[in-house]
Design a protein around this ligand. Structure first.
Ligand code: HEM
Length: 472
């Protein structure tokens, strides 16, 4: 054997030994017991859910569990199912390829509104089919084509804010986000904004009922269920009109509505199309809360308004420069938006379910155990973020440790395949609204302590004091 062959053999054996050693160690550490795993549920029906809600919210409960367990992986009971919650960067990395959603967590609070056939609820091959068809409809070239509509909506809002009437921030922003989804993706059948407001209100009533159902599912004959069904019927009536209007326009060369067109051309049953129309339309609720927080934080921080104003000089309220700017992820504006989404914790968790045993941050988790990804806990972990409660857009600066937005920052979900399909849409829409409205007004608020109401999405806890002053 010559020297080269000898060294090659030694090298190969070392590599084999290295991988054997890693495997052995990961198996050893995977025998660690997950805190809470051996505990009995506190209630035979609700499991630990009632205890969780009495902590203030699921988010508060998860934060407490992780702190008390001193562990990134903890376990508790979701009704009669043992679930696991995770919050570390390593645990997010280890679960990013799991994409099925656990029905035990989401079905009671999503299916009555969205239906069980929507992209939000289906798993496996059916999710892959729907994902391929729908998830690209709010990205890339489609997204670029949305810019002119978003600019129009922002200018309309500027007009109403300039009127001197008191501004009901949440209502005004909600109108803007719903109108954005209708005009760019589903079709706007309303002649005026009152129609949009009514649609938003109908959805809101249904969504609040869904929030309640995390803990408390009403019996089929109860008044709550009847009220929910009658609201849902009116909501669906409007959406049917929307589908009908688009069907009769499809052939007439009107501008494209990528999402609605994909749905109507899919050959899917009407019920599935309706489920997906409601699911995507519902994105106005989450993004509406997010943008409301965004304008509140701007009002609270005049120095941030100044910094963004300096950055946007020369980017006219329309045209290529604006498009280029809002599409960029390297701006101070994007740092600010990311800090707003982090501090507000708009969505505090996502959940997925592995179809085989997995090792997550050193813990062994059996197949079919729902895994809650505690996005909100991760985004406020004091071991990862300096002074996590402080609003500081510079923490995302180009030379900062969070510049790359690693696994510690996953507001749109952890799953590489299944994270929110409207994340880019949300950034572009928010950027355009901020740029255009900030060019017209200075914002202020006397409300220095806005509380949070955690639900499926996190809303402001009370009406916001929000003032605007027209710029010279
Ligand atoms: C600030 C705004 C938003 C946030 C923070 C947010 C967050 C999320 C999160 C955490 C998920 C779950 C991801 C996962 O399971 O890994 C999700 C899913 C989803 N979001 Fe969003 N979202 C936002 C806006 C929107 C908007 C505007 C729309 C629609 C126009 C939308 C439509 C959806 C849909 C359809 C899904 C399910 C996707 C699937 O299962 O394949 N979201 N979002």
């Amino acid at each position: 054997m010559d020297m080269y062959a000898f060294y090659a053999c030694v090298g190969l054996l070392s590599i084999l030994f290295y991988f054997f050693w890693i495997r052995l160690n990961s198996k050893r550490s995977a025998t660690k017991l997950i805190p809470g795993w051996n505990k009995e549920p506190s209630d035979p029906v609700l499991g630990d859910l009632a205890v969780a809600m009495s902590a203030g919210s699921l988010h508060h409960y998860l934060a407490k569990q992780h702190k008390e367990g001193s562990s990134p992986v903890v376990s508790f009971w979701w009704r009669n199912k043992r679930v696991v919650s995770i919050c570390s960067q390593k645990s997010f990395k280890d679960t990013e390829n799991i994409y099925n959603r656990p029905a035990v967590i989401f079905a009671p609070c999503f299916d009555p509104l969205h239906g069980s056939n929507s992209i939000q609820s289906v798993n496996g091959d059916e999710w892959k089919r729907q994902g391929k068809m729908l998830r690209g409809t709010m990205r890339g070239d489609f997204l670029e084509s949305f810019v002119p509509d978003l600019v129009v909506i922002a200018h309309e809002t500027a007009k109403t804010w300039a009127s001197g009437e008191p501004i009901h921030l949440l209502k005004s922003i909600t109108r803007m986000t719903l109108k954005a989804i209708l005009m760019t993706s589903l079709g706007n059948i309303f002649e005026n904004d009152e129609g949009i407001d009514e649609l938003a209100a109908l959805y809101h009533v249904c969504k609040c009922e869904m929030d309640k159902r995390v803990l408390d599912v009403p019996p089929p004959q109860s008044q709550r269920e009847k009220d929910f069904q009658s609201n849902l019927k009116v909501l669906q009536g409007y959406l049917k009109q929307m589908m009908k209007a688009r069907r009769s326009n499809l052939q007439s060369g009107r501008k494209s509505l990528p999402l609605m067109d994909a749905l109507l051309n899919s050959g899917d049953p009407e019920e599935t199309i309706m489920s997906n129309v409601i699911t995507f339309m519902g994105g106005f609720h989450t993004s509406g809360y997010f943008l409301t927080w965004t304008f509140y934080y701007l009002a609270l921080h005049p120095e941030i308004q100044d910094k963004i104003m300096k950055e946007i000089v020369g980017k006219e309220a329309s045209g290529e420069k604006l498009k280029e700017y809002v599409m960029s992820s390297n701006s101070y504006l994007r740092q600010f938006l990311d800090e707003a989404i982090r501090v507000s914790t708009v969505t505090s968790f996502s959940a997925h379910c592995p179809d085989k045993d997995v090792v997550v941050d050193g813990y062994h988790i059996p197949a079919n155990t729902p895994i809650i990804q505690s996005l909100g806990v991760a985004m406020h972990d004091p071991n990862v973020w300096d002074n996590p409660q402080k609003f500081d857009s510079d923490r995302f600066g180009p030379r900062s440790k969070h510049a790359k937005r690693g696994h510690e920052f996953r507001p749109f979900g952890v799953s590489t395949l299944r994270r929110c399909p409207a994340n880019h849409f949300t950034y572009i829409m928010s950027s355009i609204y901020v740029v255009i409205l900030l060019q017209r007004f200075e914002f202020s608020t006397k409300d220095t302590n806005l509380t949070k109401k955690y639900g499926i999405a996190t809303s402001p806890g009370h009406e916001i004091d929000f003032q605007v002053k027209t710029r010279e």
